[in-house]
Design a protein around this ligand. Structure first.
Ligand code: C2O
Ligand code: CU
Ligand code: CU
Length: 420
């Protein structure tokens, strides 16, 4: 563990970016014009992050997946007014993982994320450092923030959508990777590690390689899986992350495999001549001890209902002055999350809980797939599904649980729990 201090500064600001040649698109970004820097910390570190709000509207900055007390979580209560600075302070006590940060302001989270406010947050520890996997940032360890956007004919981002029965949140027609439309990426004939974030407002992404080759998921939201899980495709809902290994060693120069997202080519890989793979797919990654369900002292039910802007949890919409659930510090609980009253065009609801990392116990009473056996903080709950999760609450304070479809969240599909 690393006992040092780390200090970061973020500035939420307006900017503009050229997504299409010759066209300037007004955007928001952290420190730059669109998205934000990767914040990288070690387990054990004492971290300070100063967030300046240079927008002309309020914002907050939430560390999605980070297990810290409620006051430093960056939820709707940690408001940063225009021209003000918020200082977050916390110790990193959880295993290596790919987390992220984004605004969490009441009613306009969706718009602020859509305009470009989001960034990755990596935690490293002894295990991530010692595993024999690609870990050279930008070389063989590549972040992939996947988002979809719509632009109007002047190149402006369109955050405006009809709230009707055909529309369940802001879903754009253009897939972007790391804020770039149609990128090419030069790739070694080697094993590559991609850290994928579904950073969309409301979309589900099914990801595959264009030739349907096998890849290996090595981590979920909260860190490494016990062992790599071989897959041909992977579905991530808004807010979920996965790390995957893709072996490019058998391609030859001139091949152009691509990353396909919802059947659209999202990223072209240009195969380089460089040497063959020096890495192998590891057999084992780390221990992920299952939480004993006997340890749970309480069980709660959450009913996710509706679509569009007619959404609720247990029949209620978010009220910042109402605490919906009280949880005892250090207790273990099972939460049962059910999607009810789904209409035809609804995708379901990605359910996210702040301040914890959880394990999925079951989907409709069946065991979860192998790649959901690791630590999670967001889980997709499909129409007519009941998902049970178990977690221990180790940090005190006021936290949110909500649907990570940001339009649902902004419409009130969120509740508060207090750990004390
Ligand atoms: Cu990624 Cu409460 O959010
Ligand atoms: Cu969160
Ligand atoms: Cu939802």
């Amino acid at each position: 563990e690393d006992p040092s201090n780390a200090i970061f500064s973020l500035e939420a600001k307006k900017g503009s970016k050229t997504f299409f040649q010759g066209i300037n698109t007004p955007t928001y970004g952290y420190n730059g014009d669109f998205l934000g820097p990767v914040i990288r910390v070690n387990k054990g570190q004492n971290v300070t992050i100063n967030v300046r709000n240079s927008l002309d509207e309020h914002t907050t900055t939430h560390w999605h997946g980070l297990i810290v007390d409620g006051d430093n979580d960056g939820g709707p209560h940690q408001m940063i007014k225009s021209d003000e600075i918020w200082e977050a302070n916390f110790m990193i006590e959880q295993p290596a993982a790919t987390l992220w940060y984004h605004p969490h302001i009441m009613d306009i989270t969706g718009k602020q994320v859509y305009m470009g406010l989001a960034g990755l947050f990596y935690i490293d520890d002894e295990i991530s450092a010692s595993l024999d996997i690609p870990k050279d940032y930008g070389v063989d360890d590549i972040p992939l923030i996947i988002q979809d956007r719509s632009f109007d004919r002047n190149g402006n981002l369109v955050y405006d959508f009809p709230q009707n029965m055909m529309n369940d949140g802001m879903i754009g027609d253009i897939i972007m990777i790391n804020g770039t439309v149609n990128p090419n990426f030069q790739i070694r004939k080697d094993l590559m590690r991609f850290r994928i974030l579904n950073g969309s407002n409301a979309n589900l992404y099914t990801i595959r390689i264009s030739d349907n080759s096998t890849f290996y998921q090595i981590a979920s939201d909260g860190g490494f899986l016990e062992k790599p899980v071989s897959l041909k495709e992977l579905t991530l809902s808004s807010g979920e992350r996965a790390e995957i290994l893709v072996d490019f060693s058998s391609y030859t120069k001139g091949d152009v495999p691509s990353l396909v997202v919802n059947n659209n080519t999202a990223l072209n890989f240009e195969i380089d001549d460089v040497e063959n793979s020096s890495y192998a797919i590891p057999e084992y990654l780390t221990e992920v001890p299952r939480i004993d369900i006997e340890k749970a002292s309480n069980q709660r039910a959450f009913r996710l209902q509706g679509m569009g802007n007619m959404v609720s949890i247990n029949g209620k919409i978010m009220d910042m002055s109402r605490i919906d659930e009280f949880v005892s510090l250090n207790s273990t609980e099972i939460w049962e999350v059910t999607t009810v009253g789904q209409m035809m065009h609804s995708l379901g609801h990605p359910f996210h809980i702040h301040g914890v990392k959880f394990q999925v116990i079951s989907r409709n009473d069946n065991p979860p797939p192998e790649n959901e056996m690791g630590w999670k903080d967001t889980v997709m709950v499909y129409p007519a599904e009941t998902v049970k999760v178990i977690m221990q609450f180790t940090k005190p304070g006021l936290f949110m649980y909500h649907c990570h479809n940001l339009e649902h969240e902004d419409a009130g599909m969120m509740g508060q729990f207090k750990v004390e």
